[in-house]
Write a protein that binds this ligand. Structure first.
Ligand code: UDP
Length: 494
């Protein structure tokens, strides 16, 4: 049997749900565009298991031509103080996530071995390595082994720029003012100190966070180009600024909607029979409600809010008398996967909501895209993780922002100031919120007449742009299709 001679793309994601799944979605998108490439995703053994589950969910029923290879990169847990079964952010308290970032640098040698092995077997090196922006060391692997490196940012253009520029230009505050400028943005543009998560705020070049991010991002800025999970038309400003800052090609190939990769799923990486009930339950519950009448609440795959915030949110929801679906987890300080205790909510809250059919509490994990795409869903209270933002906007659903970590505060700022589809409730888990704050913001965003109506219209316009970017009208291809074609052409050039 002759060895396959297809040009080989090796992809390597950072080890978190919000990165693994978009990488898988990107691999799938490339293969839907062209069958030219062989694609291998390389990551640690446990994350390979996650990917396998996600693949077996989705690929069986769809296109059989699509096949994605998986390669295990051996991972040394103890070297960086990680417990033996932890290879992903999902089992880590937020305070320890930085250990996983540092541990990800230990994958450099295993990735080098894999690239060498492929080169030997196929008589040529892979055509490129697509690596997570946070795994900047992959640029060195690519350069030393005769291949190219493309960085993939699983965030939007605006959020990516704000985040990488702040890290690469420490100290962020040159004066005592709480407002500051971020290089790469127009001179009159201001960010606020509260838009930095606590590790970024405390970063001074000597802590574990600033020892990791600036050097890794700087390496990624030396790659041959960036792929961004966004749509040119919806992030005009962010994209132009990011391109100027990087001085590299940026291909906007989005929206990759990660939830579709996990369609029908209510458990993180597994779908099918176990989760069918929750999906059906949510859909049946929504079917009985009026159009745009339900608020969906979720803080992404790994975040939760503080105990006092959770209480205020519940009280505000109850007094607002609006309908809601809330994907709920134990508050900060407790194991996020632990059993939920009624004492974290106002007395009798869950029963009252259930009885009155006013609110549905979904524990741990909900079928997000299905909920967002239901006509009864009118708004999304979100931590503004980029995947959630894309999923919401793709369905024309306005957002109540509550950014918690990473680049989420910049996404939230853009949603409010550039897109006009959002109002922010608060920022971080450290803030104090009252039930009045909750009621106020729900009132505005779910208002079917005034500002809420405007936001809904704008979100719908964005949804149209997102759809058009991925379709071909007559001979005219949408912007994301053109970007993907250009990416393919570029990497095939020797
Ligand atoms: N998600 C889901 N159900 C949940 C929570 C999250 O399906 O209960 C999915 C969501 O649809 C999105 C991803 O998990 O695709 C979360 O990614 P995001 O970038 O929004 O946030 P992160 O988890 O990275 O903080």
């Amino acid at each position: 049997e002759t060895a396959e001679k297809k040009p080989h793309i090796v992809m390597t994601p950072f080890m978190a749900h919000g990165h693994l799944i978009p990488f898988l979605a990107l691999a799938r998108k490339i293969q839907e565009t062209t069958t030219t490439f062989k694609i291998t995703i390389a990551t640690t053994p446990l994350n390979i298991q996650h990917l396998k589950s996600a693949i077996s969910n989705t690929f069986s029923s769809s296109n059989n031509d699509i096949s994605i290879n998986l390669a295990e990169l051996p991972f040394n847990h103890s070297q960086y103080g990680l417990p033996p079964n932890v290879e992903n952010t999902e089992k880590l308290p937020l305070t320890d996530i930085i250990k996983l970032f540092h541990a990800s640098t230990s994958l450099e040698a295993p990735l080098s071995s894999l690239i060498s092995k492929i080169t030997q077997q196929e008589g040529q090196p892979p055509i490129c390595i697509i690596s997570d922006v946070f795994l900047g060391w992959a640029t060195n692997v690519a350069k030393s082994l005769g291949t190219r490196n493309i960085s993939f940012t699983t965030c939007g253009a605006y959020g990516t720029l704000a985040y990488i520029s702040i890290w690469c230009n420490l100290p962020h505050r040159k004066t005592d003012s709480d407002e500051f400028w971020v290089p790469g943005f127009p001179q009159n543009y201001r960010f606020h100190i509260s838009q930095m998560h606590r590790y970024l705020r405390a970063a001074d070049g000597t802590d574990d966070w600033s020892k990791f991010f600036p050097p890794q991002i700087a390496l990624s800025m030396k790659s041959d180009g960036w792929i961004c999970n966004t749509v040119e038309e919806i992030e005009n400003l962010g994209l132009q600024l990011l391109k100027n800052y990087l001085q590299l090609p940026v291909w906007c190939i989005g929206p990759l909607l990660p939830s579709t990769t996990l369609k029908g799923s209510n458990s993180k990486y597994r779908a099918g029979k176990e989760s069918g009930i929750a999906l059906e339950e949510c859909m049946e519950w929504l079917d009985l409600k009026d159009e745009n009448s339900v608020l969906y609440i979720s803080f992404g795959s790994q975040n939760t809010v503080s105990a006092s915030q959770m209480m205020a949110l519940a009280e505000g929801l109850e007094e607002s008398e609006k309908l809601f679906i809330w994907v709920i987890r134990p508050p900060c300080g407790f194991d996020i996967n632990a059993e939920f205790k009624a004492e974290w909510l106002p007395e009798g809250f869950e029963e009252r909501m259930k009885h009155s059919k006013r609110g549905l509490l979904v524990h741990k994990w909900g079928p997000q895209l299905e909920i967002l795409s239901h006509k009864s869903t009118g708004a999304f209270l979100s931590h503004c993780g980029w995947n959630s933002v894309l999923e919401s906007l793709s369905q024309g659903v306005p957002i109540i922002g509550w950014p918690l970590a990473a680049e989420q505060a910049y996404n939230a700022k853009m949603l409010v100031e550039e897109m006009g589809v959002s109002v922010e409730l608060t920022r971080t888990v450290e803030s104090v919120i009252s039930k009045e704050d909750v009621k106020w913001v729900i009132e505005i965003v779910m208002d079917q007449e005034g500002k809420g109506k405007e936001m809904k219209e704008k979100a719908n316009e964005i949804a149209v742009h997102m759809r058009e970017a991925t379709v071909e009208k007559g001979k005219e291809k949408g912007s994301s299709l053109r970007a993907m074609d250009d990416f393919v052409r570029t990497i095939l050039q020797v």
